[in-house]
Design a protein around this ligand. Sequence first.
Ligand code: NOJ
Length: 716
Amino acid sequence: MNVKKIVEKMTLKEKLQQLTQLNAGFLDKNAGTEATGPLSSMGLTSQDLNGIGSVLNFQGPDNVKAIQRQHLEDDTNKIPMLFMMDVIHGCRTIYPVPIGLSASFDPQLVKDCCAMAAKEAAAEGINVTFAPMADLVRDARWGRVMESTGEDPYLNCLYSRAAVEGFQGDLKKGKVAACVKHYAAYGAAEAGRDYNTVDMSERTLREYYLPAYKAAVDAGVEMVMTSFNVLDGVPAAANKKLVDGILRKEWKFGGVVISDYNSFREMITHGVAENEHDAACLAVNAGNDIEMMSATYIGHIESLIKEGKVSLKQIDKAVERVLKLKKKMGMFSDPYLDADKALADSLDCCKEHRDLARKAAEKCAVLLKNDGVLPFSTEVKKVAVIGPFANTGEILGNWRCYGKHEQTVTVLAGVKNLLGGAEVVYAEGVSGELTASDESGIAAAVKAAKGADAVILTLGEPQGDSGEGNSKLDLELPAVQYKLLDEVLKANKNTAVLLFSGRPLAIKRLSETAPAILEVWQPGTEGGSAAANLLFGKAVPSGKLTMSFPAKTGQCPVYYNHYNTGRPRMNDDVRVAYTSSYIDGPNKPLYPFGYGLSYTAFGYSDLKLSSSVLQSGGTVTASVKVKNKGSVAGEETVQLYIRDLFGSAVRPVKELKGFKKVMLAAGEEKEVSFEINEDMLAFYGPDLVKKAEKGDFKVFIGGDSECADSVSFRLV
Ligand code: NOJ
């Protein structure tokens, strides 16, 4: 089967159809999408549907098979369609949202979770997932931070690679092609408002925002999705420098580039294209292949070719790339691949997948505060489980694919399952909705809390309040949740807050009042079991934040690897005029990047370097002793940070350069070491060349990004 030969046989119209992606509703004869309705509003006729190249948003393997079968009857060229879907954190078995999962500091876990999702997805008939989202994020007001792995470029690269490897593997059985998104810098939307302007220097773009997409490309990702935002005044999908220049020519990406949903037409709204004709021209010339949910290609490429603005060769190349992917996946010999209802049902929340989802939920929980309340004893006689997220399966998170709430272990069920005989009482107290104000349920919550040996209070934001289009002005909890907290605490001090969120929240007041706070994100199918295990000490929290929690929303964007400024604030507690500071609050986040407590405490000592000089091309070893000073075993993520003291461009106050996870028994001490080499010190200077510069460096090793002990070396 020769892809070029197929392309030679295709008419231009068929090629453009091949480059068009539509919602399954258009292709499903039973769905009854009318030619006079949505289809014609897109400028399509029912004949256009015969040659469509790919589909998104469909309903399971039988639906996929039916649509594919019909298509193969209708399509002159008999080219199977690719079925694409957002498999973001699980398919049927849902694991924690990516911002949560990233707190595990465990790329292997991410790889395993993505491999599990791929297996389920392939059985659903999904060929491509629109993941990973490799957008670096610094502003928790942006709802899509839930889909990201945080604020650090080094960590994002590890996760991006791991996800691609997990989803794709050898692209054979039980695997799906990955589509890294949203290229590029979608996560830097001004003021955290979704789809908003992105504007930054090329140096910043290359140093922080591009590496995680590049890591996916280097890992062999099959597809890249261009983003909705403008970059340097040009929408990403129209941005030739970004797509044709950096992605194709510089990084040598030979796979398929797809637009985001309707983003070609949005070029008109952005104001860079006067009409669909211009939009199609910009899109092809920028380097996009597939057009998602609009039909500017079908409507306008023919005339653009006649006008000499687009060449047939460009179109042929794009079609070839799409067909190559279909061929690589084996679709020409078996258009249905793994799609199989019985297989999908057998994998659906099966024990093995639940076990992994539970492990992931345990590994990503971050203990933000503990005054000694946690872990609760398993000997308790009576437990109260309170709050809006206690007795609901709606803790899967946004982008939950085919995940079902009724298959989710609620916190209440998790606690009951774990404790067996104990009396477990429940009260919702208040609603979790952003606008909730009804306090009438609080009395029942207080009654439940009174006399309980342990109180679990679930607070946070509903799963639908993060994700696409869910930007927030205020990251604090709604007042009514504080009211519930205050009243419950008056009734019972032995209370731990279980915090549900798809983003960092600005929970200063909570941090001052709650005796313990365990951030569990939107933990997925096994959320309730994981929470119970953590609360009652069957699992020990070990997650570390990958995104700073602001002390106040007004700090956003707040991130650990910031510059020093010429007038740094030295002390957050005092107001010093003419320093880079706020007059009404601290500069520092409430909880910094890398932060997370355990049920034990870790001590760091003997930080040292093998040499105070790093010869160009050589290495220096940094080591530290880490001791478990408590009485239970625990896992610590030991983090290596470096500061380059002087450079031709300003360097951040700290940069994560490595980490190691160590398991330590009570009282145990281990030496942990890291090799430092010149490559790790490289950065983009004003000339946009990436290299290390000679001079002095500080090395910090500790349990979070605020670790202060340092040693120094000189690169010569
Ligand atoms: C729009 C989102 O921005 C993108 O992430 C997603 O993959 C597509 N819609 C398809 O659902």
